[in-house]
Design a protein around this ligand. Sequence first.
Ligand SMILES: C[S@@+](CC[C@H](N)C(=O)[O-])C[C@H]1O[C@@H](n2cnc3c(N)ncnc32)[C@H](O)[C@@H]1O
Length: 335
Amino acid sequence: MSANHTPFIFFYTHQETENLLINWIKSTIPSAKTSYRRKGWISFKVSLDDYHLIFKKNFFCPLALRWGSGHSPIKNLDQENLQFIVNLAHVQKVEHIHIWGEYSSELLKTIFQDEKYKTFKINEIIPLNEKSLNIYCPMENEFPVGIHTHNGNQSPYTEANPNIELPLEAPSRSYLKMAELDLLHGLKWKEGDTILELGSAPGGISYYLCNKKFHVFSVDPGLPSDILFHFPNYSYLRASTQQLTTENLNIQNDVDWIISDMNLSAPQVLHEIIRAESLLKKPIEGMIMTCKFLKDEDSVKINEISKTIKKWKPSKKISTYFLFSHGKECVLVLD
Ligand SMILES: C[S@@+](CC[C@H](N)C(=O)[O-])C[C@H]1O[C@@H](n2cnc3c(N)ncnc32)[C@H](O)[C@@H]1O
């Protein structure tokens, strides 16, 4: 809990997902009352029980890049406020400080380079289960502060941003989603694995997978980018997933993974993945599906979808992420 014992929690998300996040919080954490809101950073006053909820190992918010205990924003970078941050870090046994945002974040990073702060690691990757003190700089003279723990389903990078570069020739920004997920999750696939990709056009994800030397069999009614046809390990079927049959799913190798980025509702995506697997010669090793938040209430249903997946493949593990490169969606991995 915060040094002043006030049960505040913070969540950080993209600006475009702020309203969805607030809806999710209101339906999931009934005691939450919005307290402070600036450019993706939202803090809430909560009951003590709900305060503890967000620190549970299995807590996951499908719309937040990070969450943790929140503190009143600092209004300037004077000695007293800097001392407050140092004291907070000591009380909470935090070594890592993450600083980001449009205003004064460079100045703040420079201040923390001073000898007297040398015990702190600034903007480094946080090891699993360690905490970081987050200082966001969304406005002139306004610095909301929060402490979060890297529990495996929150990114360990500053602002949750792994700074992956999008290759110029990548057919779409979806390349970033797969690269980021691979980095965060450590996907257990092997070079040469065969992947059935549903909803693949224009082909950012296919491009990532082809470069990783996977055999990619992609399916979409929309055409993929020409660049993909230069890869000998790429095949494409122009069809919707509902049209797949054992005949047109003419894949030489056994399929190891199914990936879906179809812009259908998540229950429908899962239904199509399960049906596609039933057309294959053997059960798949792993599955990745993006869950699009087409309607406000979709994010609240993620837990139900995870339960259905668990019944389908009880021996596999489900992991869920909201990625820096995500828009209104999260991703489920089964492996
Ligand atoms: C978000 S885009 C996919 C972007 C793609 N993953 C990439 O890397 O560029 C969603 C795609 O799902 C496809 N889609 C929607 N419904 C589908 C269905 N029933 N079967 C197959 N593809 C579908 C759309 O045609 C669209 O190309």
